[in-house]
Design a protein around this ligand. Structure first.
Ligand code: ASP
Ligand code: MG
Length: 463
């Protein structure tokens, strides 16, 4: 079997659904049943997040407007893809709509909105979309059934970012699919159920993770993420006109790209699972389905290089005496806020760190919290924000030969009068620190020089 995941833009127009049909028709479904994981329609999760914010702030009339907008978008979409909406689907959507309205009207009365309430609200996006897509495929003679992932994926109750309980999820998924092993399903991405039966979510962008959880447990031949770009590009094509797409990349390299701001976001947990189980992961374009996209495998030998850019970083410093506690470092690493520590030879009394800007918000929030936290984070009183306009450019690729590359990079940037504030080697990559004003030019110059594929001389000798 195989798992195909279709993201928001790949499920939101008649054109994308027609392309989806073509993609599915390439398969012999009797021989190779498919599990299709879908995201909410484009923009819907953001509307639902907004709805939860309005419910929190008791914005009575505003929240009704957004509820209406959410309904309207789904009806508009169904009108675009069906000549006549199938009866069963119309009933299902009406029920979901009612349920969302009712849930909202209960939550607006509450004083505090918990993360559990938030998850309940945002889960509606995938419930709407998966029902619509399943009905669309059925209308087009493809026998797919809707499946609510809350009946398959079990998590802890860490709402908004729940952790999968692999033991129970594996037994539930295995038992469900062994009873129904020749059937094809459209499964809601992103949402799951806690061991106590509440709705949970796997973090923003979590539909990728849903696809890989199912792919891993069902030992899929491969998992394909269908999106709206030609796979992974050597840089963001919006900034670097000459960016091209990669044929292959390793899981470790993809992890670096995701961490350091690649434009093709892949949920980080997905990468770990697939890599551990050696399941190939493909990233392909729903709107250019003949193009083979990028294949991610456990292969150390990708010789191409990719540039990723993280645009909202800061440089912060602490007096060495009041450096960050181990506990706090672990916490911000967990949240992916901390990138690395850098040495500055001109100031040895301070510790310098490059962090995501969100990290500073996190610090200031926690400083205001309970007394306990203030004690815990007391070192933060000495925080010095050196520069809030830092950009990280990371070059990832196997052939990043450390010293020599750094010299080449230094010379190149020098020639263009671009200053590097620091650097860090990590696995197959080097991250370079720039001031924001220099970063776009640096990206273009670096891309020009470092992304040309390098051909292996050794290989040509053995041919
Ligand atoms: N709809 C969810 C989000 O926008 C999950 C996903 O798209 O993967 O974050
Ligand atoms: Mg989405």
């Amino acid at each position: 079997m195989e798992v195909l995941k279709f993201g928001g833009s790949s499920v939101s127009s008649l054109l994308s659904l027609k392309n989806m049909l073509q993609i599915i028709k390439e398969y012999d479904l009797n021989d190779n049943p498919l599990v299709i994981v879908v995201s909410a329609l484009k923009g819907i999760t953001n509307h639902l997040v907004k709805l939860s914010e309005l419910l929190k702030s008791n914005e009575d009339s505003e929240y009704r407007k957004i509820l209406k907008l959410i309904s309207d978008e789904h009806y508009k979409f169904m009108n675009a893809i069906f000549q006549e909406t199938p009866k069963g689907l119309a009933q299902k959507i009406k029920m979901l709509e009612k349920d969302l309205i009712q849930t909202s009207s209960i939550l607006i009365k509450k004083d505090i909105l918990t993360e559990k309430d938030y998850d309940r609200i945002v889960s509606f996006g995938e419930l709407f979309s998966a029902n619509i897509i399943a009905a669309y495929l059925k209308e087009n003679e493809l026998n797919f059934s809707f499946k609510d992932a809350r009946e398959l994926i079990i998590t802890d109750n860490n709402f908004t970012n729940a952790k999968v309980d692999w033991n129970s999820t594996s037994s539930v998924v295995e038992s469900f699919f062994s009873k129904n092993n020749n059937n094809c399903y459209v499964v809601t991405g992103f949402i799951a159920r806690s061991i106590y039966g509440d709705t949970t979510t796997l973090g923003r962008g979590g539909s990728d993770y849903t696809a890989t959880i199912l792919g891993t447990i069902l030992k899929a031949k491969k998992v394909t993420k269908w999106t709206d770009v030609n796979g992974i590009m050597t840089a963001d094509p919006n900034t670097v006109l000459k960016a091209s797409s990669l044929d292959n990349i390793s899981f470790d390299e993809l992890k670096n790209l995701t961490k350091f701001g690649s434009h093709v976001l892949v949920h980080p947990n997905s990468i770990n699972e697939l890599s551990k189980h050696n399941i190939p992961f493909l990233i392909r374009n729903t709107f250019n389905a003949n193009f083979k996209g990028t294949q991610v495998i456990n292969n150390e030998n990708s010789s191409q290089r990719v540039l990723s850019i993280h645009k909202s970083c800061s440089m912060i410093a602490f007096d060495k005496k009041h450096d960050l506690s181990k506990q706090l470092i672990t916490e911000i690493i967990d949240k992916e806020y901390l990138f690395f520590r850098i040495k500055k030879t001109d100031d040895l009394n301070k510790s310098y760190y490059i962090v995501a800007n969100d990290c500073i918000n996190f610090f200031s929030l926690n400083l205001e919290e309970t007394e306990e936290n203030i004690i815990l984070y007391s070192g933060l009183k000495n925080i010095k924000i050196v520069d809030r306009n830092i950009v990280l450019i990371t070059i990832t690729g196997k052939k990043m030969v450390k010293k020599q590359e750094l010299e080449n990079i230094g010379q190149l940037l020098n020639k263009h009068n671009i200053k590097i504030l620091g650097f860090r080697f990590f696995y197959n990559s080097i991250s370079l620190i720039f001031k924001k004003v220099d970063s776009e030019k640096a990206l273009v110059v670096l891309h020009e020089k470092f992304t040309t594929p390098i051909f292996e001389v050794e290989n040509s000798l053995t041919i």
